[in-house]
Each structure stands twice: as C-alpha cells, then as structure tokens.
Design a protein around this ligand. Structure first.
Ligand code: SAM
Length: 250
C-alpha cells in the first residue's frame, strides 16, 4: 500500500495497535481453568505489547512475542526492561504467515486484534496445530453485535473486512475448528477509545499539520479519522469480542 510509512508513523505513536485494555486481558486469562506453573505462551501480532506485559505479570511463564514490525517490538523491549519483565519475553520478528515452531508446542496462544491477518478460520487451524493437546487460545476479533447492521456499516465492512460475522457465527466457526468455547465477552467501548481512538485523534492533529500539502499522507490520516467517526456512530452495532477456547484433542 502506498504511504505505509505514514500509517506506521501514526501507529508507532499509539499505546496499542488496536482496541483492548488490561482489565479485559486479565478477565480472559483468569477464565483459563488450569495451567502449568510456567506456561509457554505465543502472542501472535503482539504489536507494542501492552497485553504481552500483562501476560508476563499474570502467567510467570515465557511469552514468545511475535510481530513483523520491528519498531513495535522495540517499544515492547523498552517497556519490558523498565518493568523488569524481559526475562519472561522472547522477541520474534517474523510473519505469522511463516511461523516455524514445532507443532503441539504451546500451552496458550494469545492474539489480540491480529489473528485476522491470517484469516480468522485459517488462524484457528494454524493455532490448533501449534497448541499442545488441550491448550488454550485467546483471541479478540471484530464482530457484528446485531443481526441486522445498518447498511452503511455493511458497505464499509464489505470493503474493509468481509470476514466480519456475528458473535454466533464466529462461535460456530470456532466449534467447527475443534475448539471448545470456554467464555466470550464484548470489549467495552472504553477499550476502543481510551488507549486507541482518543490518542489517535490527538496524533492525527499533529500529523495533519506536519504533512500539510502531502496528499498521500493526508489521505491516509483522513481514512483513519473516518474509521474513528464510524465507530462513534455505530458502536452499538459492531465491536471486538474476546473468545477464550480450548483445543479439543485430535
Ligand atoms: N496485539 C496488539 C494490540 O492489541 O495492541 C497489536 C494489534 S494490531 C491491530 C495488529 C498487529 O499485527 C500489528 O502489530 C502488526 O504489526 C501485526 N501484524 C500484521 N501482519 C502481521 C504478520 N503477517 N505477521 C506478524 N504480525 C503481523
């Protein structure tokens, strides 16, 4: 995509790469019924790693934090050093489309707002291979929260993410891919606004000034502003769902 550097400049300035919050990460983690003392966790599309840090605190295990954008991984390393948690985190700059781990390796796979880069269903299949027998998968995924979303929203997602479905349809997919759903809940609106869209709005003001006259950059920033406005208008109709599931043995 033309102008990716502006997109990255915006995202590198944000606390997170997508909607989420530590309370929701903790809620999903605490719903896991049984874990080894030091679980091995894979965090797919970890971004700047807010949830990675939280997982390191919660689990006392080892987390492989995988992303294909080094600047995000650098932010994670800095934070983990400050919090003295780097011993629990292994950084891996690699595409999730090209993971080279052994099969049946992980106690938990975590992916907040990122599994869709593999395609949600394909991501479930890949995680099933990588998880140990009876391992856990926690993902957040964008969903319709209503059965009849407004037409402008349908048009938007047909363009941007045709794989969006209702919560029930995602659960059907999860069960078809040999996972048992343990729990699911919708992220609160605050997890879209507080650590994602509100800081993004502030950053957009700065970047719009910085790149005055640069049509490519301004076009990208306008798209992001439209995305924020869409959420503010239709937040009752779509959101992010946290799904915690357990792999059913082959
Ligand atoms: N989990 C983080 C969070 O909730 O703040 C980041 C979520 S952000 C929406 C998606 C992340 O996936 C970005 O950090 C991006 O760099 C990463 N990503 C996108 N495509 C990827 C790929 N093919 N392989 C690995 N990471 C990828």
């Amino acid at each position: 995509m033309e102008g990716m550097e502006y997109f990255y400049e915006l995202f590198e300035a944000l606390p997170r790469g997508g909607p989420g919050d530590n309370k929701s990460t903790r809620k999903a983690f605490n719903a896991i019924p049984k874990l080894p003392e030091q679980p091995l966790i894979l965090d797919i599309g970890c971004g700047p790693g807010v949830q990675t840090i939280e997982l390191a605190k919660l689990s006392k295990g080892t987390i492989i934090a995988l992303d294909n954008h080094q600047a995000f991984l650098n932010k994670l390393v800095k934070k983990a050093k400050e919090k003295k948690l780097l011993d629990h985190i292994v950084i891996k700059n690699r595409s999730m489309l090209d993971m080279d781990f052994e099969e049946n390796a992980f106690d938990i796979i975590w992916s907040e707002g990122a599994l869709y880069f593999m395609g949600f269903q394909n991501g479930l299949k890949r995680c099933h291979q990588l998880l140990k027998k009876d391992g856990y998968l926690a993902v957040t995924e964008i969903v319709y929260l209503v059965n009849n979303p407004p037409a402008p929203l349908i048009q938007y997602f047909e363009r941007e993410y045709p794989d969006i479905k209702t919560v029930k349809d995602k659960i059907d997919l999860i069960q078809n891919e040999r996972f048992h759903l343990i729990s699911n809940f919708t992220l609160p609106e605050s997890s879209w606004l507080d650590s994602f869209y509100l800081p993004m709005e502030e950053e957009l003001i700065r970047l719009n000034k910085k790149y005055q006259g640069n049509e490519i950059a301004l076009g990208i920033f306008e798209e992001m502003k439209n995305e924020i406005n869409l959420y503010k208008k239709y937040s009752d109709s779509y959101g992010y769902e946290f799904f915690l599931m357990q792999s059913i043995s082959r």
